[in-house]
Ligand binder design. Structure first.
Ligand code: FUC
Length: 674
């Protein structure tokens, strides 16, 4: 009944599909070689440079391509060991064939389109080719540029849209003028310096792989993995750092957050509109940001949450008649916040409340009180206001419950055999609200504001329906022991309190035991079958300090849900699993969610010897750990903020408590920690 009313009365009609799309294609056509050998395509994630090389009719040819953040352009250099050997024709194209493509007076190819039949953005793309030697001709009938027998060639590509009021035509032209004045070497040096400023903060070593195996192409190494021989720790290292490469390459300050495909969407209709699903996906994209020392790259998401607030305020008022802010299961670059589609995935008003966890986490890692006061707390407060106004008293239990809502995308069988999803008080709602209220209370204390509101939240917390354990020992997903329609569902939403939140931890053994039963049950029924679900499970097992289970699920992720280029697979390609797994590997090595820095909480036997450098713990500590034969050898902790810290190693009960000085390095060996 509720489902029917919800479907008819609460779902907005989403008339406008705002899909993130490919910009277009740069096509280079080369003459036929009689004989080609030694063909190699590579992405070097130490320098973020892609390259292609091959021997054509006895001469070596090479292309190097990179996308430069400092110079806001894609740059490609074509070289050959043979003089006057570079010949090709270049053009631009875009699926849909609606773009206007011209060769302009500067000899650039320009491509522009007001996409989505004029409902989307306007973009401008420019292509400039600088040959050294040889000749270059322009064909304005088919908008191509041909280069003939050059020694080397530089290609520049700039692009901009009018999103947020930018002048796409002028900006793409201005960037082209700047980038085409710089030589390839300075461009490459600036690009590498900019990229490595982020990338080199963390180093990791999970063990040695046989050199013959390392020399194989990535897809062959993955195939070996899938065939069952998984002793390739350097592939895990590559996969881990690939996750950091992807975040550095898709989430820079002042840009939009990484979406379902990061920035790598194919075609005009990528899966799920390549939007921002905020019922696990965008949150998972940012799980590695703080812990793998990429805190600035969290800002696109944190600023995006603030950009949601105006619409979220309107939706709270219009749809619920409540002050504060609310968003549902998904949004996009235009920040819509109302639900649309089917209640069993859309009737979920927790999108803003969960996202606010990221605002608080950024403060916990950086200690930035100005950011807390101006950016984080105002958004957290409004989300908490909505939740506090939305909770109602359950007539039976007299406890506060949320609703109507769902436990993301799962359904249950009602007593009379119907299948439903909408319900009062799904467990995940209460875990998210508990988390939000606790962090909003803490934030208001740090800032020294809103003491009345704080007391209201504290009162609500005491009455909020608690996390319950069912008769079969699992964490209850709903307020009653409903049978799941899909016991192996990819969402394990009712363990939000285990990860990313922290209400279930080593200090709550009963709930921890029930969480274990919950995961085992989901896995026994086929759970973890999408990349992101498997990645979440790695984090779950790491939080339960089960290194073997975490490791086994990491292996399963690579074997079952990873594409040949190491992109995560839902299927289809969806990037959140890459980020979730990099966070999961980090969580196996370092945790700091329960008021202490926990070293090697879930180190699997498979990683007998290794090290990790530059990870970050809450409270502003940079941590580097070396281990041998599965035992901690040395840990170095840089205190960036001068906070107190409590240290725990492995599954020892001993806690070392200490005050620290800002900027000082502290070292411990295993003996000192036991
Ligand atoms: C959520 C998930 C789906 C998919 C989509 C983009 O709805 O339940 O599996 O990842 O987001």
């Amino acid at each position: 009944e509720a489902e029917k009313v919800g479907q008819e009365k609460l779902m907005a009609n989403k008339s406008q599909y705002t899909t993130y799309q490919t910009l277009g294609d740069l096509n280079l056509s080369f003459p036929k070689f009689e004989k080609i050998s030694n063909y190699k395509r590579e992405l070097n994630i130490e320098t973020a440079i892609a390259s292609v090389s091959y021997i054509g009719d006895g001469a070596l040819y090479k292309r190097e391509i990179f996308s430069s953040a400092p110079d806001q352009a894609i740059i490609m250099e074509l070289t050959s060991e043979k003089a006057s050997a570079i010949t090709f024709t270049a053009n631009m194209s875009r699926p849909g064939n609606k773009a206007t493509i011209e060769v302009d007076s500067d000899g650039n190819i320009t491509m522009t389109e007001h996409i989505n039949n004029g409902n989307g953005v306007i973009f401008y793309t420019r292509l400039k080719i600088n040959p050294n030697g040889g000749t270059m001709t322009f064909d304005t009938t088919n908008n191509t540029i041909s280069v003939y027998k050059a020694n080397t060639v530089l290609i520049f590509l700039t692009a901009s849209t009018n999103y947020n009021g930018k002048d796409a035509k002028a900006l793409s032209k201005e960037n082209m003028q700047k980038v085409s004045q710089k030589g390839f070497e300075p461009l490459k040096i600036d690009h590498i310096k900019d990229y490595q400023y982020y990338f080199k903060r963390v180093d990791i070593n999970l063990g040695k792989t046989d050199t013959n195996q390392v020399a194989l192409p990535t897809d062959s190494r993955l195939a070996t993995f899938k065939a069952g021989s998984t002793s390739d720790p350097e592939l895990l290292k590559l996969y881990y750092q690939f996750g950091r490469y992807l975040l550095i390459s898709s989430s820079r300050p002042n840009s939009l957050p990484a979406n379902l495909q990061g920035i790598w969407a194919d075609g005009l209709n990528p899966p799920w509109d390549c939007d921002y699903h905020i019922n696990i996906n965008i949150q998972m994209n940012y799980w590695p940001a703080e812990v793998t020392n990429l805190s600035e790259l969290h800002l696109p998401f944190l600023n995006f949450i603030n950009d949601l607030r105006p619409n979220a305020r309107t939706t709270a008022k219009k749809m619920y008649g409540i002050n504060g802010t609310v968003a549902h299961f998904a949004t996009d670059a235009w920040h819509y916040t109302e639900p649309w589609g089917k209640t069993d995935w859309a009737m979920w008003p927790m999108g803003m409340a969960w996202s606010c966890r990221h605002l608080w986490e950024h403060y916990l890692f950086t200690g930035d009180e100005e950011y807390l006061k101006t950016t984080a707390y105002p958004a957290m407060k409004e989300a908490a206001q909505f939740c506090n106004g939305w909770l109602i008293t359950d007539p039976k239990t007299k406890k506060l419950v949320s609703g109507p809502s769902i436990s993301p995308e799962n359904k249950f069988i009602t007593k009379d055999g119907a299948v439903a999803s909408m319900v009062m008080g799904p467990t995940m709602d209460h875990m998210i609200i508990r988390d939000l209220f606790n962090s909003t209370i803490e934030a208001s204390k740090v800032i020294g504001t809103d003491s009345i509101f704080r007391i209201q939240l504290q009162k609500s917390l005491t009455k909020l329906s608690p996390t319950k354990i069912a008769s079969d020992g699992r964490i209850m997903e709903w307020t009653e022991e409903f049978k799941e329609e899909n016991p192996g569902h990819r969402h394990i939403s009712h363990l939000y309190g285990l990860y990313p939140s922290n209400e279930i931890n080593i200090k709550t053994p009963e709930l921890l035991k029930a969480a274990r039963k919950t995961i085992d049950y989901r896995l026994a029924n086929g759970g973890g079958h999408t990349g992101w679900s498997r990645a979440w499970i790695i984090n779950y097992f790491a939080r339960m300090q089960d290194g073997k289970a975490a490791y086994d699920n990491l292996i399963a992720l690579l074997q079952k849900s990873t594409l040949d280029n190491l992109f995560d697979n839902h299927p289809p390609f969806q990037i959140d699993g890459n980020f979730g797994a990099t966070a999961g590997i980090t969580e196996m090595l370092l945790q700091s969610h329960a008021g202490e820095i926990h070293l090697l909480p879930a180190l699997p036997q498979a990683w007998g010897n290794g090290y990790v450098k530059g990870l970050v713990a809450r409270g502003g500590f940079e941590v580097s750990i070396t281990w041998e034969n599965g035992l901690l050898k040395k840990v170095e902790i840089l205190s960036k903020l001068g906070n107190d810290c409590a240290l725990r190693y492995g599954n020892n009960d001993k806690i070392i408590r200490m005050t620290t000085e800002k900027g000082k390095l502290y070292s411990f060996t295993e003996g000192m920690l036991k």
